[in-house]
Unconditional design. Structure first.
Length: 175
């Protein structure tokens, strides 16, 4: 029987300009960005589901580059991310998350536009579910998805966080 080693999940806590967010990465890339002001348990519960049995180790050093890019984004100085990601989801989720990553900074798309972008126009509800399962907030910009009428809709980080991110990007466009 072949034994498989579980990947180590490294984490740190980003406390930057009134943003308090847990981050996690594997050796492949960023795999989790938490919700604003949520407890450490948000990260550990997610890790149990997506990386069962993996050790979770605190390491600012391992997360340094991710923290730098997030801080630059939160300062309005970064409009896209160059850091690697370690997506962990179904093929459908991965297609949705890839489509989210293609929404330009400062713009929004509706759920139906995302469904059309992945060639699944009838899968609007499934797209919404996949967006809700996005583990990498901010960097995979699900905050840029709004209702068909432009209204703010659900967000794992909460509508206050979503509003702050959209306002940050609006300001960033005018700089």
């Amino acid at each position: 029987m072949k034994s498989q080693t579980k990947p180590t999940i490294y984490w740190s806590f980003l406390d930057y300009n009134n943003w308090k967010i847990y981050l996690a990465a594997s050796s492949k890339g960023l795999c989790f960005v938490g919700s604003q002001n949520m407890p450490f348990e948000e990260l550990t519960e997610w890790a149990k589901k997506r990386f069962p049995g993996s050790p979770i180790v605190e390491s600012r050093e391992e997360l340094k580059q991710y923290e730098i890019e997030l801080a630059e984004y939160l300062d309005g100085k970064r409009k896209f991310f160059t850091i690697p990601f370690d997506f962990n989801g179904t093929n459908f989720q991965l297609s949705v998350w890839t489509a989210l990553s293609e929404i330009p900074y400062g713009e929004t798309r509706s759920y139906s536009e995302i469904a059309n972008a992945i060639n699944k126009p009838a899968a609007v509800r499934a797209v919404g579910t996949a967006i809700g399962a996005n583990p990498i907030l901010i960097t995979v910009p699900c905050h840029r998805v709004v209702g068909k009428n432009g209204a703010l809709t659900g967000y794992r980080g909460g509508l206050e966080m979503k509003t702050r991110l959209l306002e940050l990007e609006r300001k960033g466009l005018s700089q």
